[in-house]
Design a protein around this ligand. Structure first.
Ligand code: ADP
Ligand code: MG
Length: 578
């Protein structure tokens, strides 16, 4: 550091520029503030124009209530707002703005012109440059307000340097408009970039707006969610087929305010657990309405985050409602034409034929399958969403070919059986008859150091699932029973494979309970595999059992159990229909 220049109070213009940085850090935040003002003014149509990705020009035109000529300069004074009158009003904010900061902040770092007219008044115009009013007088124009922001950050080079590429800044602007368009579906939006209209939303119902914002590829695979109690929740949910590689297709609104919410994102992840692969993210628009005292919107300078008073409860309710909505409809993956990236594209699952010698041998898989499927206490749910499938045969010893009302069905035999076994294992509890199957000849096992280590911690979960093991020496145990469902498998190999899967905590199921992870391991190592021949009776039994599960359409790794090709698509393939 050189030379102490002494402490000085910043001149107001400098102080304003610094404060402006909090509210206005890039063109996208200017667009957001201006569009919010238009919405607060009751606009029915809002048009945004851009030049140079907002750096050179941003213009927002609305048909809202306008500002009286005499009040125009006031709008650009700090903390001047028409929306709240006193601090108490902060408790019940129903407008987007309330701090009276946006317009002065924008005007401090750009050249701004505002033309406005109220219904029974004359239009007037004001210009402000770098925080200084340069003109104010009569103008002409329709009822409503047009704000033009030019040369953004002309006097703040540091801000300017922090801007990303024009393409990136434009993307942020579009995202801001989409977010507000979701919040106000009854308002028409237009975005014109370099003279070209790139976005046009008519006034429409929320569900239509949500689908429009998600885009046509995702919109084709969505369902509606609507719950009134205990939380008012509306949404459009992408089916598992619409899951994305990134979280780009998740939008949250709380009391009509677009927000970022890690909590709601986690609730979505939880709701889609086992319905989509762990490396995919659900596509969804969720709109919550909560009593104002249960949310605090005043925690972030740009109000993009909110705080929920009862996070745990909200998480649980949202997770439950989303999952319920998902499980109400058939989530079958429909294939038509070529597969497109991001839709229906599922990465390879875990190794189905591990080669480390610790996996169960292929002993009598079919016998095991039939035994497991015929267990009488299988949980039964009304298979309302389940099509009646006629088995045609087995393909490549891996898939079951079937027909449902003329549609072609392909079922992955391993994934399907995994889902059946997993749900049955989870549905049962220790002590219930039929959980464990005693071994005629108990097996004595020497444990490897890693195995011996995890065993004590695993004991309750092992018992719950149906394994019975007792200590038989320092590093030796006696296996006396295995889950009845898995009785067809070699007990020793199965037990070791399950222990192996639960060693180390870094797998994709690390966050799940031990019991669930053990059920996953047991199901995975018990299920029929690719390569196991099945006869027609076995295949029919498997399909019927699958139809009894809570989620027949995906295995717990989130891969689909079945895909369907509609009769109509087949006809098109063969040019029987165009
Ligand atoms: P806030 O939105 O927090 O009140 P702003 O600085 O964004 O603060 O706006 C200041 C005031 O200017 C608003 O309270 C409102 O009265 C008026 N205003 C701004 N934009 C518009 C608009 N598009 N239509 C009508 N009034 C507007
Ligand atoms: Mg505002």
């Amino acid at each position: 550091m050189t030379g102490n220049q002494g402490i000085q109070v910043l001149p107001p213009s400098a102080a304003e520029r610094i404060a402006a940085g909090e509210v206005v850090d890039r063109p996208g935040s200017v667009v957001k503030e201006l569009v919010e003002n238009s919405l607060d003014a009751g606009a029915r149509r809002i048009t945004v124009e851009l030049v140079g990705a907002g750096r050179r020009l941003i213009r927002v035109t609305d048909d809202g209530e306008g500002i009286a000529a005499s009040e125009l300069p006031l709008a650009f004074q700090r903390f001047a707002t028409s929306k709240i009158r006193a601090a108490e009003d902060l408790q019940r904010i129903h407008t987007y703005g309330f701090r009276g900061e946006a317009l002065p902040s924008v005007a401090a770092v750009a050249r701004v012109e505002m033309v406005s007219r109220v219904r029974d008044g004359e239009a007037s115009r004001i210009t402000i440059e770098g925080g200084t009013q340069t003109s104010h007088g009569p103008a002409s124009g329709p009822v409503g307000t047009t704000v033009t922001v030019e040369n953004l950050f002309f006097n703040t080079p540091a801000r300017r340097r922090f801007l990303k590429s024009p393409a990136r800044e434009a993307a942020v602007i579009i995202e801001a408009i989409e977010a507000l368009a979701l919040a106000a579906p009854d308002v028409a939006f237009r975005l014109i970039d370099e003279g070209r209209e790139i976005l046009w939303y008519p006034a429409e119902p929320f569900a239509d707006r949500a689908r429009r914002v998600l885009g046509p590829r995702v919109a084709a695979h969505t369902l509606e969610l609507s719950a009134r109690a205990p939380v008012d929740l509306e949404g459009i949910l992408g089916t598992p087929q619409a899951a994305q590689l990134r979280r780009t297709h998740q939008r949250f609104l709380v009391n009509r305010r677009p927000v970022r919410s890690p909590l709601l994102a986690r609730a979505l992840t939880e709701a889609y657990h086992t319905l989509i692969p762990d490396d995919r993210h659900p596509a969804a628009v969720l709109a919550l309405r909560l009593p104002p005292q249960e949310v605090d919107a005043n925690v972030h300078p740009r109000k993009v985050e909110v705080r929920f008073v009862d996070e745990r409860r909200l998480f649980d309710v949202v997770t439950r409602e989303v999952r319920r909505a998902l499980l109400r409809v058939p989530l079958v993956h429909v294939v038509s034409g070529a597969r497109t990236a991001g839709l229906g594209e599922v990465p390879g699952g875990p190794e189905e034929r591990p080669a480390d010698g610790r996996s169960p041998a292929h002993d009598a898989p079919a016998a095991g399958l039939l035994l497991a499927l015929s267990t009488p206490d299988a949980p039964t749910r009304a298979p309302v969403r389940w099509p009646s499938i006629r088995v045609i045969g087995q393909l490549a010893l891996t898939y079951i070919i079937g027909e449902a009302r003329g549609d072609l069905i392909l079922i992955d035999q391993h994934a399907a059986h995994e889902r059946v076994l997993f749900e049955r294992l989870m549905a049962r509890r220790a002590g219930e008859a039929g959980v464990a199957q005693g071994l005629v000849a108990p097996v004595v096992l020497d444990l490897a150091p890693g195995e011996a280590e995890v065993l004590p911690e695993l004991s309750p979960a092992l018992r719950a699932i149906g394994f019975e093991v007792e200590p038989f020496g320092p590093a030796t145990v006696r296996l006396t029973a295995v889950p009845a469902i898995a009785a067809g498998r070699g007990p020793e190999a199965l037990f070791r494979a399950c222990l192996h899967d639960l060693e180390g905590d870094d797998g994709p199921h690390a966050g799940r309970s031990l019991e669930e992870r053990l059920a996953i391991a047991t199901a995975c190592h018990t299920a029929v595999r690719a390569g196991d021949p099945l006869d027609l009776v076995e295949m029919a039994a498997l399909i019927e059992a699958l139809g009894q599960t809570e989620d027949p359409f995906s295995c717990f790794h989130g891969r689909p159990t079945m895909i369907q090709m509609r009769a109509g698509d087949l006809e098109r393939w063969f040019y029987r229909r165009t």
